[in-house]
Design a protein around this ligand. Sequence first.
Ligand code: ZN
Length: 108
Amino acid sequence: MTKVSLKTLEATLRSRQQELMTRLSQVQKDVTAAHSADWSEQAQERQNDEVMEAIGNESRIELGRINRALERIEQGEYCYCRNCGEEIPLERLAAVPYTDLCIRCASR
Ligand SMILES: [Zn+2]
């Protein structure tokens, strides 16, 4: 297993953040394009909008989690459980990068 460091976790989070922001602006463009395109059925357009919206919402939620994780890194709180203050092992953070709870608190 490769050694995990806070730096690599941060880099992973940042590249994921970039990816999501790119995707969100793409979704925005697609939704706008779908409206101006000549769709034969209104229902299809609506369905497409809903799918795009769902993708957008998911990305927004994930982006929010990433932003929070990055904030926690900046404040030096990332490696500590929000609930009990115990240190969260980097291996756990690598597996679930958005968590702010240690395994014990998370499984409660
Ligand atoms: Zn805890």
